[in-house]
Design a protein. Structure first.
Length: 313
């Protein structure tokens, strides 16, 4: 039998990443393109990427999954609110994508797709429950409960970046105050460093990381304070859900132990010791590929469900 493949797209604010995934979750080919500013441009970019994927596929491409940043309603099958593409808001994206690819299509939230990718093919293999936190410019999250991706009643579960951790904190992009994202994402780490050191020439979290590694006290303190807030968010989720694993992904994990050490310490202090005792907090494994690997695996699952005659979504 010829090996078949599934395609995954990760639709981000600056890049559209896409790839071909085999049945074992191996990414056999991947590409990326800069995100166009308009809906027409977006659909044209997807069509071109899809044509390229099909050309390179060593066998048939069975299904195609899309992870999109924003609130994707599984009931209405449209994005209610996208931080990156205002044109997507309310747009009937599913039929448009179906028309382009001509194979079964599945759409989900990008961080949910990343959680599913880690669950099936990454650091979450072998467990039945996990929570993924992706920490970068923003904070996303995804939940796997009892061996299934939990999208919530409407598709909006796992918005862990918008858990309120500090009612007196700064205003978040969502308009509320003191969200985990406004306290613990990379831009806040950088601002903390600027406030502590008085250095406004440092504008990137990687620079703060390099300074921290060199022993700069303000940089180290910025990491400690940022880690404390993330730990509070993680501890809360451990107490609420009793997961087997909490995985931390996203750009900020490249800081390694310097960040993860204090995060785990703060998570310990912020969760009940009994669910904590059965939970491992560790780095996610798939890096930037988690979203597209997960979207492909998610689409494959749906295509399989359809063939078995059970109702899909
Ligand atoms: Zn928020």
């Amino acid at each position: 039998m010829t090996a078949s493949y599934d395609a995954g797209f990760d639709i981000g604010g600056t890049r559209i990443k896409y790839g071909l995934v085999d049945r074992e979750g191996r990414l056999v080919w991947k590409g990326k393109v800069r995100s166009p500013g308009t809906m027409d441009g977006f659909l044209a970019a997807v069509a071109e990427a899809w044509a390229g994927l099909k050309r390179r596929a060593p066998g048939p491409v069975r299904s195609c999954g899309f992870g999109i940043a924003g609130f994707y309603s599984t009931g209405e099958r449209r994005v209610l609110q996208s931080p990156n593409y205002p044109g997507l808001d309310g747009y009937p994206i599913l039929p448009a994508l179906r028309e382009i690819v001509g194979v079964p299509v599945r759409v989900g939230n990008d961080a949910n797709m990343a959680a599913y990718g880690e669950f099936r093919h990454g650091a979450g293999r072998g467990v039945r429950s996990l929570v993924l936190f992706t920490v970068g410019t923003g904070i996303g999250g995804g939940l796997i409960l009892d061996g299934r991706l939990w999208e919530g009643e409407g598709g909006f579960a796992g918005e862990l970046g918008h858990i309120t951790v500090n009612p007196e904190g700064e205003t978040c992009g969502c308009g509320r105050r003191g969200c985990l994202e406004s306290e613990a994402a990379a831009p806040r780490l950088v601002r903390r460093f600027q406030e502590l050191s008085g250095r406004t020439d440092v504008t990137d979290s990687r620079e703060v990381y390099l300074l921290a590694r060199a022993g700069d006290p303000a940089a180290l303190e910025s990491f400690r304070r940022t880690a404390r807030w993330l730990g509070i968010g993680i501890g809360t989720v451990i107490t609420a859900l009793n997961p087997a694993k909490v995985l931390i992904g996203g750009g900020v994990v490249s800081a390694g132990k310097l960040f993860l050490g204090p995060v785990i310490e703060a998570a310990r202090r912020s969760s009940h010791p009994i669910p904590l005792a059965g939970c491992r907090v560790e780095r996610a494994a798939l890096g930037n590929d988690a979203g597209l690997v997960g979207a492909a695996a998610w689409a494959r699952l749906r295509a399989g469900t359809e063939r078995s005659g059970r109702p899909g979504r």
